[in-house]
Ligand binder design. Structure first.
Ligand code: PXP
Length: 237
């Protein structure tokens, strides 16, 4: 299973002071050097973390695969076609949410989705749909012309007992197998972390996971000792 790294929250941290550091593009380059199979960023309508300029710079710098997460709006479609990431992932977006909540409602916007995908495909960009791990959503995604589905692992990450987590893994695995039968490639993400990834990583039908928050949170902690020592060295000098 490969790992795509979402660097949105490097930008969240930078924006807390409206300065240049930490730079999401530098974080992306380091993630790639460490073995990431791709870099993910979500350009939100409110630009709360990744900004337009970040996306342009990421497009220039990313050498693995750039996955632009975005809402299904005309503005984002224009930006995607201009920027040409290797992949876009369509997600539902609500202004008030802290992070993406739930998968796309494909049935409710089927015709619009088919129309939306066409010019993106014509530009040579692959399209992934972020969906709940349910067969009907997979069937509609395939019919609508998606190349991939990203199965929502938020529900898995919220399971409290091993039994519940195992049942959810089974549901994800069955849905992933069905998606592959439908000719779709399958990735997964949301809420995956250092505590819940091991059982999940055994799902052979899933080629890649997309992880953001847990990685950035971990980086800030495992990097703390070095950061303090470097500062002390400068002070002592
Ligand atoms: N996949 C999608 C579609 C997302 O919206 C997000 C969050 O931006 C992720 C994966 C990564 O989730 P997390 O930050 O919880 O690892």
């Amino acid at each position: 299973m490969q790992l795509a790294v979402n660097i949105d929250h490097i930008a969240t941290l930078r924006n807390a002071r409206n300065e240049q550091q930490p730079d999401p593009v530098t974080a992306a380059a380091i993630a790639e050097l460490a073995g990431a199979s791709g870099i993910v960023c979500h350009l939100r309508e409110d630009r709360r973390h990744i900004k337009d300029r970040d996306l342009e710079r990421l497009r220039e710098a990313v050498t693995t695969k750039l996955d632009l997460e975005m809402a299904m709006t005309e503005e984002m479609q224009r930006i995607a076609i201009r920027t040409k990431p290797e992949l876009i992932t369509l997600v539902p977006e609500k202004r008030q949410e802290l992070t993406t909540e739930g998968g796309l409602d494909i049935a409710g916007r089927y015709d619009k989705l088919v129309e939306f995908i066409k010019p993106v495909h014509d530009t040579g960009i692959e399209v992934s749909l972020f969906i709940e791990p349910e067969k009907e959503a997979v069937r509609l995604a395939a019919e609508a012309g998606a190349d991939l589905v990203e199965l929502h692992t938020g529900p898995y990450s919220l399971k409290k007992t091993t039994g519940e987590a195992e049942a959810e893994i089974k549901r994800v695995r069955t849905t992933a197998a069905f998606a592959r039968e439908c000719g779709l490639r399958v990735v997964a993400g949301h809420g995956l972390n250092y505590y819940n990834i091991i059982p999940f990583s055994r799902i052979g039908e899933i080629e890649e996971v997309s992880i953001g928050h847990a990685l950035i949170a971990r980086a800030s902690l495992v990097g703390m000792e070095r950061a303090v020592k470097e500062m002390l060295r400068l002070i002592d000098a």
